[in-house]
Design a protein around this ligand. Structure first.
Ligand code: ADP
Ligand code: ZN
Length: 216
């Protein structure tokens, strides 16, 4: 089962991808993670892409395409994969079609308000990095980490204004990609308004309609 996951920041795409990768026993391939790992290991590729990733800019298409091509040709991808973070441009989408036949593209959607509430309620422990949510996963004592007693902080870019701006950028960037997959008849929309424990079983049910079942 060869899948691409698409969705706005804060929709929970990474969480769904890693859970579903265990359920179907296929690798979760995140280009963001690959790039961060290459940077950490100071590889040749890592040095080339570092400045883009640190500035939050897109890595040039030819580098991303080459990286994904190489990763998808590895043995563990033979029976399928979940691709997360790729494609981000129409050119990347078209390049993928030249060496892979995708089964489906899952588009995770939720209204802006839901995403804004999710991200702006997020709190992070300043000491151990544990993640909380003021409504969905509150700490026992407000503002204090359950695990280490550290002070909880909000990331600077987790404010409603910044999130709204990121959502607008996302919509502009992904409209042509979504249209591309829609025209190919590959696009499936997944309602991601609810929490992950509700969304994941719904994806499993949805994929059964297309003949894809969890691996025992
Ligand atoms: P974010 O949602 O913060 O962009 P990611 O983990 O998806 O996080 O990606 C981190 C960084 O890696 C991006 O900011 C970008 O520099 C680079 N990157 C990841 N995927 C792609 C891609 N498909 N095309 C271009 N750049 C990418
Ligand atoms: Zn902590």
């Amino acid at each position: 089962m060869k899948l691409v996951f698409i969705g706005p920041p804060g929709v929970g795409k990474g969480t769904y991808a890693s859970a579903l990768s265990k359920i179907y026993k296929i690798p979760h391939i995140s280009t963001g993670e690959i790039f961060r790992d290459e940077i950490k290991r100071e590889t040749k590729l890592g040095k080339k892409i570092r400045s883009y990733v640190e500035k939050g800019e897109l890595v040039p298409d030819e580098i991303v395409i080459e990286t994904v091509k190489k990763r998808l040709s590895e043995d563990d991808c033979k029976n399928g994969f979940i691709l997360d973070g790729y494609p981000r441009t129409l050119q990347q989408a078209k390049a993928l079609d030249e060496f892979i036949i995708l089964d489906r593209v899952l588009n995770f959607v939720a209204p802006d308000e839901v995403i804004i509430e999710r991200i702006s309620g997020r709190r992070i422990c300043s000491q151990c990095g544990a993640i909380y949510h003021v409504k969905f996963k509150p700490p026992k004592v407000p503002g204090i980490c359950d695990i280490c007693g550290g002070r909880l902080i909000q990331r600077k870019d987790d404010t409603p204004e910044v999130i709204k701006r990121r959502l607008d950028v996302y919509k502009k960037q992904f409209a042509p990609i979504i249209e591309y997959y829609k025209e190919k008849g590959l696009l499936l929309e997944v309602d991601a308004r609810e929490l992950a424990d509700k969304v994941i079983p719904r994806v499993v049910d949805l994929l059964k309609n297309y003949g894809f079942y969890p691996k025992e």
